[in-house]
Design a protein around this ligand. Structure first.
Ligand code: IPM
Ligand code: MG
Length: 369
């Protein structure tokens, strides 16, 4: 009997609903053409959930996310919610998902499609053939460390504290993910930290090396200070294969890496938890571009990051590597054919909106299947 995948869709805010709608169409194609049986319940998250329920993540939604084989996430946030108290902000919905599902490993590939090497703000020879993978620790560090608070001092001024904290086991498990993935690629890991100023950085470096020496001596490991890593990414990004780093540095470096590829509208991500005894692994897939409120609802958003996130879901959660590769090839093909959304538009190319870009991808899937 064929397996029925239990997918859970969280479109969220801004362009999230538009791009997740395109994922639904791709799901439909796989159901019709590739013997892909699934359920895809949908719920609110972020600002949309706040408007309906007064909270960015309800317990009922969290329960469904925990039970799903994979969560397909759009984006959260928007200027209309900027003034909300911290705990009600749309972003807290995503952070609760990451925290409660224990999605500690965030994989952010930055791949420059050959057809797009001219679309980057960097010189084509710097980004041509670029293929790096940022492995970001996602449930620790300053995002989740306590105390996290604002207090008022006796003299009336305010004092805000975030806490950067890492334990040995948190560093070990993310290091293992990075080394294991490096073995499937070019076998090189650069570990980015601030061990020159932060004690968490000192521990990070110590533990990454211990895991390396004991379990992955075949992988080439280099250390790089996070600030230097940011500079090296624009100077000579192809020196990197896998970059492993903490939650905050990973947030910053992955946006930077995204821009190397031409547009942040291109980049998918996977957030994975630990496998349980039965081999089940919590997982959430999301484009890294965010909610882009300025273009929301206009049919202009690039659906490729979200569609490629579904490709990552096929590969990492559903064990359908061939189907994942097919979808990636279809995207490559439409780009090679000259189809572009506004964010990656170049002279002489054909400009498409969100849904027309998906039409082109579905057509390419038909041609390739
Ligand atoms: C990301 C985003 C999130 C983060 C926000 C939306 C909470 O920037 O996934 O990179 O800071 O992690
Ligand atoms: Mg970010």
């Amino acid at each position: 009997m064929a397996m029925t995948y239990n997918l859970f869709l969280l479109p969220g805010d801004g362009i999230g609903p538009e791009v997740i709608e395109q994922t639904r169409r791709v799901l439909g194609w796989y159901a019709a053409k590739r013997n892909f049986a699934f359920t895809a319940e949908e719920d609110l998250v972020g600002g949309a959930s706040y408007e309906a329920h007064g909270t960015p993540a309800t317990d009922a939604m969290m329960k469904k996310a925990l039970a799903a084989d994979a969560v397909l996430f759009g984006a959260v946030g928007g200027p209309q919610w900027d003034k909300l108290p911290f705990g009600k902000k749309p972003e807290q919905g995503l952070l609760r998902l990451r925290g409660d599902l224990k999605l500690f490993a965030n994989l952010r590939p930055a791949l420059c499609f050959e057809a797009l090497k001219e679309a980057s703000t960097l010189k084509p020879e710097i980004v041509s053939g670029l293929d790096i993978l940022i492995v970001r620790e996602l449930t620790g560090g300053v995002y989740f460390g306590l105390p996290k608070e604002t207090t008022t001092l006796p003299d009336g001024q305010k004092r805000a504290v975030d806490t950067q904290v890492y334990t040995t086991s948190e560093i070990e498990r993310i290091a293992r993910v990075a080394f294991e993935l490096a073995r499937l690629r070019s076998n090189r890991v650069a570990s980015a930290d601030k061990s020159n100023v932060m004690v968490t950085g000192v521990l990070w470096r110590e533990v990454v090396h211990r895991v390396h020496d004991a379990e992955f001596p075949d992988v080439v490991l280099t250390d790089v200070l996070a600030d230097n890593c940011a500079m090296q990414l624009v100077r000579n990004p192809k020196q990197f294969d896998v970059i492993v780093t903490d939650n905050l540095f990973g947030d910053v470096l992955s946006d930077e890496a995204a821009q190397l590829t031409g547009s942040i509208g291109m980049l998918p991500s996977a957030s994975l938890g630990a496998k349980d005894a039965k081999g089940r692994q919590p997982a959430l897939y999301e484009p890294i571009h965010g909610s882009a409120p300025d273009i929301a609802g206009k049919g202009l958003a690039n659906p490729i990051a979200t569609i490629l996130s579904f490709a990552m879901c096929l590969r990492y959660s559903l064990g359908r590597g061939e189907d994942a590769a097919l979808l990636e090839k279809a995207v490559e093909r439409v780009l090679a054919e000259g189809y572009r959304t506004g964010d990656i538009m170049q002279p002489g190319m054909t400009k498409l909106g969100t849904s027309a870009m998906t039409d082109a991808i579905l057509k390419a899937l038909d041609a390739l299947a």
